[in-house]
Design a binder for this molecule. Structure first.
Ligand code: PMP
Length: 425
């Protein structure tokens, strides 16, 4: 008999048998309110009927049509449809299977297009676990340790992390832009810098939104120096933040957009989007893979876009997010160990700290486990696992928000003073 690797620790211990909308049901038939959504993937809810129907139709028609060998209709239809939701001008697409792979594809593209070696990424960012993606990742040493030497040509600059330093947004922005200029002057000259690569909201690094002025500052420097601005919207795309793209909150225009997760409601599919003039600079054969743009995943993605737009899920994320945020803030007023509630839309986090102000992953894990015992599934994030995050499917109702918030309130009260082993990133 084989066994699962110890590397795969399950945060909740639930054996999921079925998914229905915002619920997971285990093998004993116990229902859980799932505020993890497969790490922000199943935005249309588990097994949305329209996604299921589209996938079922496609699986009986053509499962795999390798896209450097033949073209298939679900891919062509998806590309056509994505034109409606992508930022203006980013009308050339390349598809892969995971967030990490599309990060790699973006990296390959910006190096090929500029002929420059370096990429500036930002402290606390998470971009995946393949070598290049891990090299860009600084949300926690677990992704990097024991895996060196990582890829060269990566420079890490500060993120405007006001929450971390207890600063105002203005202070954090000014500091991060000054340090970026210092990096361009001392570590990676503009002529050596292919791209800035950043998440509009730090995800695994602790649910910290960037600031509009910081992203505007990146855009301005990118334009001035011929550096490309790459936004990793793997976690922030598809309505998760209450706008279609995370960057819609900040009014910044990316040169390359990386997306995955919410794109196909749980089928493995990721993409990068860029203007034609840029995408044409990747030479044929340099990008690709056996499974990219799988026909069933594309059909599911097409249904996903329809569900998100036609069922008003972006507006629902904004409205339900505001309700959830209010409830989380109310709980925080009653518990001193919750130092911060932050995020955008339905991408919300609550940060735990010890009485002397240190990040407290053990307290966060204790609250997370009490919530799971009461039927609410949550994940943590942050370098110490100190942030409990709330990322329900975008179909979540007001009643389900109320129910989840009540469980959270009880869980935090029950966990007060207890500690569990955290799962830091
Ligand atoms: N970028 C971001 C912003 C992510 O949140 C993630 C996954 N959490 C990735 C990249 C990597 O995606 P994947 O796990 O699909 O490789």
């Amino acid at each position: 008999m084989a066994e699962l690797s110890e590397v795969l620790k399950q945060a909740t211990g639930v054996l999921a048998a079925r998914g229905e909308g915002v619920h997971l049901i285990d093998e004993e038939g116990r229902r859980y309110l799932d505020f993890t959504a497969g790490i922000g993937v199943t935005s249309t809810g588990h097994c949305h009927p329209r996604v299921v129907a589209a996938a079922q139709r496609q699986v009986a028609t053509l499962i795999h049509g390798q896209y450097t060998t033949v073209m298939h209709r679900p891919l062509l239809d998806l590309v056509d449809r994505l034109g409606d939701v992508l930022p203006a001008g980013l009308d050339r697409l390349f598809f892969a299977n995971s967030g990490s792979e599309s990060v790699e594809a973006a990296l390959r593209l910006v190096r090929q297009a500029t002929g420059r070696p370096n990429v500036v990424a930002f402290h606390g960012g998470f971009h995946g676990r393949t070598v290049a993606a891990a090299s860009l990742t600084t949300s926690g040493t677990k992704v990097r340790s024991g895996f060196s030497p990582l890829m060269g040509g990566v420079v890490i600059a500060p993120f405007p992390n006001a929450a971390r330093y207890g600063w105002t947004a203005e202070q954090a922005t000014e500091f991060a832009l000054q340090e970026l200029d210092y990096v361009l002057q001392t570590v990676s000259a503009p002529a050596d810098t292919a791209a800035f690569l950043i998440e509009p909201v730090l995800g695994e690094g602790g649910y910290v939104p960037a600031t509009p002025d910081f992203l505007a500052g990146l855009r301005e420097r990118a334009d001035r120096h011929g550096i490309l601005l790459v936004l990793d919207e793997v976690q922030t795309g598809w309505g998760r933040t209450g706008r279609f793209w995370g960057h819609d909150h900040f009014g910044v225009r990316p040169d390359v957009l990386i997306t995955a997760k919410g794109l196909a409601s749980g089928f493995p599919l990721s993409a990068i989007a860029a203007p034609a003039a840029l995408m044409q600079q990747a030479w044929p054969g340099s990008q690709g893979g056996t499974y990219g743009a799988n026909a069933v995943a594309c059909a599911a993605a097409l249904a996903t876009v329809d569900v998100i737009t036609e069922e008003g899920l972006v507006a629902n994320a904004a409205a339900r997010g505001a309700e959830l945020r209010g409830a989380l803030e109310e709980v925080a007023t009653r518990h001193e160990q919750i130092a911060d509630v932050r995020g955008l839309g339905l991408m919300l986090g609550t940060e735990f700290r010890t009485p002397d102000g240190a990040p407290d992953g053990a307290a966060a894990a204790a609250a997370q486990q009490e919530a799971a015992r009461r039927g609410l599934l949550l994940l943590t994030c942050g370098p110490w696992g100190e942030v409990v995050r709330f990322i329900p499917a975008l179909v979540v109702t007001a009643d389900q928000i109320t129910e989840g918030a009540a469980i959270w309130s009880d869980a935090v009260a029950a966990a007060a003073g207890s500690r569990r082993e955290p799962m830091p990133m």
